[in-house]
Design a protein around this ligand. Structure first.
Ligand code: 13P
Length: 249
């Protein structure tokens, strides 16, 4: 059995006051069931870690530097630093990083490796654009996003990683993939891992992200290869996020 995961990606939203209120509301409900990860903007990680102390809630970063260690890389935040302030997870290759920061599959394979070396669990985000879907290239695009990481780091690195399928056309658009569309791609993702190692494929959690809301979460999470969700907009409202967590029980 793969334990479900619900991760909230706050993106570039929030403030210290918002973090205190949102985390307070989530803690007050003491949600049980899935593993729950909050990914605030990096400047608020310390604050959220402090707020979550002593609870089962975990904290993740939204991105990390491509390079290990320290050095003259102005503006970058290393995996070691994220771990030092209490993050234990990190999103790698969110489509907004791929699009607005030109992050390539090779670059992301290095970030994935750097995260693991520092004790962070990477959540590798993959997904196709609408144009790629319409051109029938879903498997080609996602296959390459996964295999770039496997080629660089080996299949065994997926023993300590999570995948997230986020169709770009469903992110922040209110246009959610149907449960059948999600299941089809999730099964494909698992088949790509299984080509290398069936055991790892069976154990790796694959989350769905893209307009997950309380009203559609249960149906998505009921699919056999959907192991939880990566939630954007709905992770900013405690009641929505808690309802989604409840759907992942
Ligand atoms: P939305 O849930 O707002 O569509 O965002 C999904 C996402 O990108 C989470 O990483």
């Amino acid at each position: 059995m793969r334990r479900k995961v619900v991760a909230g990606n706050w993106k570039m939203h929030g403030s210290r006051a918002m973090a205190r209120e949102l985390v307070g509301q989530i803690l007050a409900a003491s949600p049980g069931g899935p593993e729950i990860i909050l990914c605030p903007p990096s400047v608020y990680i310390s604050e959220v870690v402090r707020l979550c102390e002593g609870s089962a809630l975990m904290v993740g970063a939204q991105d990390l530097a491509e390079r290990d260690g320290s050095g003259a890389f102005t503006g970058d935040v290393s995996a070691d630093m994220l771990h030092d302030v209490g993050a234990r997870w990190v999103l790698v290759g969110h489509s907004e990083r791929r699009e607005y920061h030109a992050e390539t599959n090779d670059m992301l394979a290095r970030k994935f490796d750097s995260a693991q070396k520092s004790g962070l669990t990477p959540i590798l985000c993959v997904g196709e654009t609408l144009a790629e879907r319409e051109a029938g290239r879903v498997e080609e695009v996602i296959g390459e996003q996964i295999h770039a990481v496997i080629r660089a780091n080996g299949i065994a690195t997926f023993e300590n990683a999570v995948l997230a399928y986020e169709p770009v056309w469903a992110i922040g658009t209110g246009k959610v993939a149907t449960p059948a569309q999600a299941q089809e791609v999730h099964a494909f993702i698992r088949s790509q891992l299984a080509r290398e190692d069936a055991n790892i494929a069976g154990l790796t959690r694959v989350l769905y992200g893209g307009s997950v809301k309380p009203a559609n979460a249960a149906e998505l999470f009921a699919q056999p290869d959907v192991d939880g969700g990566l939630i954007g907009g709905a992770s900013l409202a405690a009641s929505d996020f808690l309802a989604i967590c409840a759907a992942a029980r």
